[in-house]
Design a protein around this ligand. Sequence first.
Ligand SMILES: NC(=O)c1ccc[n+]([C@@H]2O[C@H](COP(=O)([O-])OP(=O)(O)OC[C@H]3O[C@@H](n4cnc5c(N)ncnc54)[C@H](OP(=O)(O)O)[C@@H]3O)[C@@H](O)[C@H]2O)c1
Length: 275
Amino acid sequence: MGISAQSSNGKITQTQVFLITGATGAIGKAIARQLANLQDSKVVLVCRDQQKAVLAVNEIKSLTGNAQVSYELADLSRYEQIHHLAKRWQGPLHVLINNAACTPRSRQETPEGIEMQFATNVLGYYWLIDEFMAILKASAPARVVNVASYWSGGLDLNDLEFTRRSYDNDQAYRQSKQANRMLSSAFAEKLKPFQIAVNACHPGDVNSVLSNNLGFGGHETPDQGAETPVWLATHPAGQAYTGRYFEHLRETNCPFARNKQMVNALFERCANYAK
Ligand SMILES: NC(=O)c1ccc[n+]([C@@H]2O[C@H](COP(=O)([O-])OP(=O)(O)OC[C@H]3O[C@@H](n4cnc5c(N)ncnc54)[C@H](OP(=O)(O)O)[C@@H]3O)[C@@H](O)[C@H]2O)c1
């Protein structure tokens, strides 16, 4: 249930609280703005750069008139920062949208020594769900929307960080987006008894830092890219379905989620990753 509030016409309304990562980026900012446009929404942008965060929050507030838009700072490639974000969170969280991702052209590592795409795009998603799990359970019915991609594949459980294969940012990216889809189905099963739906989606092909690093520009607008994640975050279908994968508002067959042995193996690897 959301937070109860008395609206100006005297009706009791339920404020829905949304957390969205990567909201200084192309698709994330459009998602945050579309959510802020909803009646009785509270939107928290999780960003790593304070200057960009302030600009994004001010832009969304002025475009939507929603005063309940704020930011929190966290580098999502780092477990400690996600842990502290969850620790300082006040009140409920109804919808967690994992959207932040990176595609560095050369192999980079976090200060903890984890390859950057695996840390941000995969472990970052895993750690956010895991660290916010108690808050989501207390706020249920709740949802997790994992922004993945149709551009997925090639996951090698024996070389998640490209230490055996030579690093290629496109290959590392496709692997990370396959992992998003696999982990969505694993979390969906675990969280179903608690009325927490977990779904994954492809947003759309949008011009962004991320897509430019991969060598393409994108033919869809950020608002078009935001459409499916926002639909999963707000439409009753996003609560009724769990463990599914969507493209352009349609459920789409996901071969990665069907391989239960591999899904469970990946989940275990993430759960036991050295932080
Ligand atoms: N663009 C496409 O065509 C496309 C297609 C399929 C799927 N997707 C998916 O859509 C999502 C959004 O992509 P986009 O195209 O909007 O990318 P983008 O414009 O490059 O935005 C990426 C966002 O992630 C944030 N970020 C990256 N590393 C971070 C870290 N360590 N900690 C915190 N935040 C971090 C960035 O923050 P800074 O602003 O500080 O850099 C930025 O806000 C991704 O999950 C991507 O895989 C995109």
